[in-house]
Structure formats: C-alpha cells, structure tokens
Design a protein around this ligand. Structure first.
Ligand code: 6A9
Length: 762
C-alpha cells in the first residue's frame, strides 16, 4: 500500500509538470510594458480593429455593409472571411508601431482604413482611425459603417448621445486610465443611428448588432428604407436584473466618397496641442508614410536592386501584412499528457505574435513564428525580441512549448475541437532559433536579453534531445503519428510542420526522420553560438560537439542516405504499395454502407527500409546546410532540385517529386493533398538561402548552386508578384503546374519571406 501510495504521489508530481512553468526568470516583464506598442491592430482576425496589449482590453472594431446589395442579402463585414469574396484587402503600409494604411476592395466600392498613433501620457497615448470610402462601379452605392467599442472586463463607459448619434464616449479602465473618444460627424451623412447595450462576449458583437437592427426611413426627399440600430436597449438576466451596457456602436450611412474619423484621447496625455483629425491627421499619416518608404528602402534596398514601383509596393504589402497581422492573445491552451484522460488547462498567459493568415489561422503557430521573425527582425528588432520573449515564456518545466496557440474562448470558437488540444509529447521545428541567430550575428541583442532567453532555449533543446530521440544513436523521431488509423494513405506527421508529407507508411518507434535530425544539428550549432555570446563557455563546448556529431556527414549518410534512390531519406516500417479503397463496413449485412480505408496491396506488407520520398524532407541536409559542400551527395541533391520531372517547377520547388507515388494524392477521402506537390514559400526560402550559401563558399558545385540560385529566386519572385497582381493576394501555397495561389489567402505569414528573397537578406 505504501509503495502504491508513493507511486501515485510520484505520478501526480510528474503529471503536474505539464502545466508548471519553467523555473527561470520571465523574458517579458509585465511591469515594463513597452508603451509604444500598447495600442495596435492586434485583433488579427478583423478587417479593422484596435485593442491594447492587456489581458482584458478595450476593443474597437469596424463593420460595414453596402446599402444596395447585389443579391438582396444583408452581409455585414467584420471578421476576415474568405467567403466574403473580397477582390483584395490588406495593409499597404504598416510599421508595426505607429501607423498603418489598409485598402479593402469590396464589390463596388473601396475602403481605406488608416490609423495613426501619437504617444504621450502614461497609457499609450492617442490614436485616430480614418475610414475613407471611394466609389467603384455602381454610382448610386451607399455604405453603412458601424464602429464599435466594447470591453472584456471592468470598464466605465459613458456614451455621449446627441440626436440619435453617438458623438463619443467617456471612459475609464484600470489599464487606460481616463479617456475620451470622439466620433465627429462626417459630411454626406444620409442617416445616423447608434446602439448601446449589453453583449455577452466580444466574439458575439456581430450577432448582437444584427439582432438589434430595425428598418428605418431616411428623412428628407430620398424616402429610402435602410437598416438602423435600436438605440438604448436594456437587457436583463434570468432574475430580471439589468445587465451592464458594454457595447457602443455608431452607425453612419454615407454617400461615396467619404471620410470618417474615430478619435481616442488619453486623459494623461496633457501636452496635446491639437486633436488628431482632418489636416493634422493627414499630415501625421503622410509623414509616417514617407518615413516608412525611406526605412523600407534603407532596410531592403529594392529600388537600388532595380525593382519597379509595383514590385516595391508588393514587397511593402508583404511586410506590412505580416506586421499588421500581429495579434495579442490572452488565455490558456488546452493541453494533455499521458497522465491525463481529459485535457486540462495550461496556465493563463499572453501571447504577442504574428499569425499565418488573418482569415484562417489568426493565432500563433510555433514553427511559423521563427520564419515570421526572420523578416520582422530585419525591420524592427524590438518587435522580434518582444514576440520571441512571449513565446519562450510559454515553456513549461519539461521544456515543452505547445505548437498551436488557441488562447481564450474567442480563438476556440474558430477551431474544430480535435485541433484544440496540444499533447506534451508533440514537437514542432525549433525555428525560433533562426531569427535569434540572425540577430546574434548582427550584434543587436543585448547581453541581458540573451541571458534571459538562454536558460529557456537550453530547456527547449534538452526537451527535444530527450523526448524526440530515435532508437539508434544520433537519430531522431517525430512523435504524434497515429499508428492505429486505417483511414490515412500515409499517417500524418503534424508535428514536423509538413503534415501529410509521406513518411514510413506504418508508424513505429523505430523510424528515424532526417528533417528532425537536421533541425537538431542546426539548433545545436546556433546554441553553441548563443552560449558563446553569453559567455557560457562549457555549454558552448557541449553544443559545439553535439553540432559536430550530428553534422558528421558520415553518420548522416549511414542513417539517412538511400543509395537505391540516391537521396536522403527517412527510415521506417514502410511499403509504397498502399492505396485508398472503398470497403463495405459489414460484409454480412446486405446494403451495408461503404467506407474509405487504406489497403496494403502487396503480399509482403511493410518492412524496415528507406522511405525514398524525394521532396522537402529529403532536402533537409542541404536546406539547413549540414551537407558538406564537397560531398558528391550535394551534386545529387542539386540535380534532383533542378529536375522538372522531380522537384523543379517554373514557380518554385515543389514539396514532393512529381514521380513519387503519393504526389498529389488525397490522404483520406476528405483530406486533399497539402504538402504533396504544392510549392511552399518557407521551404523555398530555406532553399534559396542554402543555394546562396553553397554559391558563396568554395566547393566543386559552387557554380551549379549559383545558377540554380539565380533561377529559383527569380521564378519565385516573378510568380508571387504576378499572382499578387492577378488575384490581389499573397497565398498559402502555389500550384506547381500553373503557379496559381492555393489554400488560404491572404496568407502573409511565411509567404511574406519573398521580401527577403528580393532583398537577398538571408
Ligand atoms: C485547422 C482550421 C477555420 C498548416 O500555418 C499554420 C500551419 C503550419 O504550421 C503547418 O505547417 N498550417 C501547415 O501544414 C495551417 C494549420 C491550420 C490548422 C487548424 C483548423 C479551422 O479554421
């Protein structure tokens, strides 16, 4: 009994480690909040809205709808939705701190949403948002604009109402102190109304608004019907108690063109000379815009490199959307480990992070973020330090960081429940080390910062190096593959980031993954440099020898070179003779339904062997520059890369060889091919970067690398630019046959790395 008790206690201790923070000082000190980044467009999923970087924030947002809709339906725009079918939208300029300028092309009008901040006082200062409408197409079109303010927590908000118009708000919150908001009456107003009522959640604002619209008539000659807001509305709980009013919406119905401004003024900002409206706003915005252009050229030299104005604008949009997509999230992840039957809560935390895609994935993804910060750190080191710090503060005592950050209720409403829970055995490539290394090399990270992140990076590296080991020395294995499923043609490896890229057909503990090995070799190298930079000599020595061990091309070849296919490869229990078939669920029952399952079509079944898939995974020793420049294997890699029957396309390197049996194959009945042929920009960036590397050091394949570098870089830039011009967007992937953008859009996460390919900053 005693033993059993001790065992239970031990298990309990182990289990709580899942949600215990790492015992080390936090990188982000809450009391030293950087006020220049307090306010921002941190509601990534909205077309336009501002919030502060505080757990419970004042939230503003924009909604609109055309007065004359093409199909008679009321469609209110609010969160970015691909189904809105907007021809184009996104930030044209955004500096991540002070200002942004966005263009939204709707069906027959264009909106510009600009904002400018002005720092002063103790609470992040003032800002003004200006929404401008321009006519396009239908000359009679009118637009209903709705601008709202709400708060998630305790706030005192007093509306100022004058003749059916919310002319402003007076308020106080603990984090903002006292403030006022002004909504000056624009010219060309056809109609105005407002709503002041209770909303249960921030994410139900749109429903609340829709339920409180009434048909109204304009005064004056037009006698037109339109939808108006219901004014003051009282809401009560079940016990008849009045619920607090926490949502204020002002509606303007406007003729095009128009300019509307919404002003926020912090009371602690006492030295303000003039209100930020009209010409004062225009002047400050234009000043920021000119500074943006200047700084952009200083950082990326695109004009100097001969790019045209349109190409520069495309690149500016790429950077601006990455910065403008940065969000601030607060809440806890749902996590699980082998000690738990049910998911449990991680600790509550804040995450300041860029996001892959505003409409589809408006939240943080671990390995995406390393790529994001490669670009952002070239623009603004402070933002990168802040983002990376937030991520590293999410590490638990085991050294684990959850891969996908679905923080809080609002984020959870967007994600199917299967995807919400994060398992503590699951990794995701340690890409954050890439921008850290690049900043270390430039000498822009102070020692204080390095000292704070170092113990966290160590714990993280150590977690990988203990939990993700393979069964043979120096080999590694991604956990989290489903060995029991009979639905998937090739069970996914979400943890690697490359989801459905083919691995061993029958997942087992004995497989070894070449990409993870290379990530580890690479990470060890960067860790050695960082250890050196913080003066941790003995750690530096250890990491250096780990790096040398894992980069030893002899060992690499021994465990991962397939001489049959002449490629680097995963190894595992594998057969390529698999396919999806229709099978009757119950053969003994007449009329029984069918289901799609995977069948092995050869008698022998799977056996331990190389997987022999040529594609992104096989390129890793080259992509992460582990491959010796003098190795004849480099020649093989370059040949496959340049071979149109394998990886080369006119638009970039495809994810999987055209001659692979799984190329463009569905993974299940409903799972379309994802990393099975399409062109992805993050890996193409690594390829261009690696080619640049092999072209700049001596070796027998230097000239080949140089030629491929030039062609690949050009193909990618040319196609992404022309797709932007054609479709209005930067995309998640590009089709290897047509070059057309595919998947979610706008996707201005790692696809925006095209800017660095243009500038040749690697
Ligand atoms: C599914 C969707 C309405 C998939 O860019 C983020 C990730 C990458 O990290 C990964 O490498 N994307 C790539 O293979 C998108 C993942 C989206 C998963 C969420 C639920 C519901 O949205």
């Amino acid at each position: 009994l005693l033993l059993f008790g001790a065992y239970k206690l031990w298990n309990y201790k182990l289990s709580t480690r899942l949600f215990t923070p790492l015992d080390a000082p936090l990188v982000i000190n809450k009391s030293e909040m950087e006020m220049s980044r307090f306010w921002g467009t941190y509601r990534s999923n909205l077309y336009f809205g501002l919030r502060t970087r505080s757990p419970k924030s004042l939230m503003t947002g924009l909604m609109w709808f055309p007065q004359l809709s093409q199909d008679g339906q009321l469609t209110i725009r609010h969160t970015c939705e691909q189904s809105d079918g907007l021809p184009k939208y996104g930030w044209l300029k955004h500096d991540g701190t002070n200002f942004g300028s966005q263009e939204i092309v709707d069906k027959d009008f264009v909106l510009n949403t600009d904002f400018v901040k002005r720092l002063g006082g103790d609470h992040g200062g003032d800002w003004t948002a200006r929404i401008s409408g321009k006519r396009m197409g239908n000359p009679r079109q009118m637009v209903s604009l709705l601008f709202y303010t709400t708060h998630e927590g305790e706030a005192q908000l007093q509306p100022v109402v004058h003749k059916n118009t919310l002319t402003g708000l007076r308020g106080y919150t603990p984090e903002l102190g006292s403030f006022t908001m002004h909504f000056p009456r624009p010219s060309k107003v056809l109609f105005s109304s407002f709503l002041a009522m209770h909303t249960p959640h921030v994410h139900s604002v749109k429903e609340t608004v829709m339920q409180n619209m009434r048909v109204a008539k304009t005064k004056g000659g037009q006698n037109m019907q339109l939808l108006a807001l219901a004014g003051h509305v009282t809401k009560r709980d079940q016990n008849g108690r009045e619920l607090p009013v926490n949502l204020f919406v002002q509606q303007w119905v406007l003729e095009l063109p128009f300019d509307v401004e919404f002003v926020f003024e912090s009371e602690s900002f006492t030295s303000r000379e003039e209100r930020l409206i009209g010409a004062a706003f225009t002047n400050l915005r234009d000043k920021h815009s000119t500074e943006f252009d200047k700084r952009f050229e200083e950082k990326f030299s695109l004009k100097a490199k001969g790019f045209g104005d349109d190409e520069v604008e495309f690149a500016q949009a790429g950077l601006s959307n990455m910065l403008g997509g940065i969000g601030y999230f607060y809440g806890s992840s749902k996590v699980i480990s082998r000690f738990f039957k049910e998911p449990t809560d991680y600790w509550e935390s804040a995450l300041y992070t860029a996001v892959p895609s505003r409409p589809f994935f408006p939240r943080g993804f671990l390995w995406d973020e390393g790529f994001h910060q490669l670009l952002i750190s070239q623009w603004d080191t402070d933002i990168s330090k802040d983002v990376i710090g937030h991520w590293l503060d999410l590490i638990n005592i085991e050294g684990w960081i959850p891969r996908e950050q679905i923080l809080g209720d609002e984020a959870r409403t967007k994600v199917p429940s299967d995807f919400v829970v994060q398992h503590n055995e699951n990794a995701n490539p340690p890409t954050l080390i890439l921008p850290i290394k690049s900043m270390v090399d430039k000498g822009v990270l102070d020692e204080g910062y390095l000292r704070k992140i170092f113990p966290r990076l160590k714990a993280w590296f150590n977690w990988f190096n203990t939990t993700q080991l393979g069964s043979l020395p120096s080999t590694y294995r991604w956990h989290g593959r489903d060995a029991k499923t009979d639905k998937e043609l090739n069970p996914k490896t979400l943890t690697s980031g490359l989801d459905d890229y083919p691995r061993a057909s029958h997942p087992s503990d004995d497989e070894r993954h070449v990409d993870l090995r290379c990530w580890m070799a690479f990470a060890a190298g960067l860790m050695a440099d960082i250890a050196e930079a913080v003066g941790e000599r003995s750690d530096a020595g250890l990491y250096k020898s780990t790096n040398q061990y894992l980069s030893d091309n002899g060992l690499l070849d021994k465990y991962h070179w397939s001489s049959e296919e002449e490629t680097y490869s995963d190894f595992g229990n594998h057969t390529k003779r698999v396919k999806l078939v229709q099978r009757v669920v119950n053969p003994n029952q007449p009329g029984s339904p069918k289901k799609t399952v995977r069948a092995v079509t050869s008698k022998q079944g799977p056996s331990p062997k190389y997987v022999n898939a040529v594609g992104y995974v096989s390129l890793f020793p080259f992509l992460l520059q582990i491959l010796d420049p003098a190795s004849p294997k480099l020649e093989k890699v370059l040949t496959q890369l340049r071979d149109p029957k394998k990886l080369w396309s006119n638009y970039g390197i495809r994810s999987l060889s055209k001659s692979d049996p799984v190329y463009k194959k569905h993974n299940t009945e409903h799972d379309a091919p994802y990393w099975r042929g399409a062109i992805w920009i993050n890996i193409n960036f690594l390829a261009v970067r690696a080619l640049n590397h092999y072209a700049s050091i001596s070796g027998p394949y230097r000239d080949t690398a140089k030629t491929i570098y030039t062609d690949l870089r050009q193909n990618l830039i040319k196609n992404m630019f022309s797709e932007y011009e054609r479709s209005g967007f930067i995309w998640e992937q590009y089709d290897d046959g047509t070059g057309h953008g595919k998947g979610s859009h706008p996707f201005t996460g790692w696809s925006s790395l095209v800017v660095l390919m243009m500038s040749e900053h690697f």
